[in-house]
Design a protein around this ligand. Sequence first.
Ligand code: E4P
Length: 217
Amino acid sequence: MKFFADTADTDEIRDLADIGLLDGVTTNPSLVHKSGRDFKQVIAEICELVEGPVSAEVAATEFDSMVAEGRELAGIADNVTIKVPLTWDGLKACRVLSQGGTMVNVTLCFNANQALLAAKAGATFISPFIGRLDDIGLDGMELIEEIREIYDNYAFATEILAASIRSANHVKYAAMAGADVATVPPAVLKGLVKHPLTDKGLDAFLADWGKTGQKII
Ligand code: E4P
């Protein structure tokens, strides 16, 4: 499973990139707003930090302007992936941009038929939002399973990018369900390393090592 960082915070991205954990980055308008940075500048900076796909979302909602904005953003760097919403115009823009050789991430996916349409429109990535489905009492993980089955039935190349991830369990179950990518908030990604028995075990080993009175170097 590939890990993308779900953030527009370049300090957090640098930190994760330094330990080789990052296969890409996703941003959205809310994350850009939170960063307080200029959109195109922050995307350019992220693209220098990370070799993999960096999603930048269009703000337009109509086909022509979506394509124009997509082309403008794609000009920032070769690894920019254009994010378009799962609307009719978004699917049309997806088709045109992907046929022109630009990676496209179709976002705000909440059911399997939407994901089927995105794959047929040539999406590089489909972003089903797990957490937001859980928020309204539905099962976000079930959607990942459904999309996996449909994409495998027809050998679609579109990658399932599990989004709106809120917990370590979301990461684990998305991996078990066969998501190709998980885009994860940095705090959740760093939390994956934690287990109380790891900490307890390390404390005990270090205490016993101290008692040996030895040094390795
Ligand atoms: C990423 O591509 C999505 O925009 C993001 O994961 C949404 O997460 P949220 O539902 O926690 O805002």
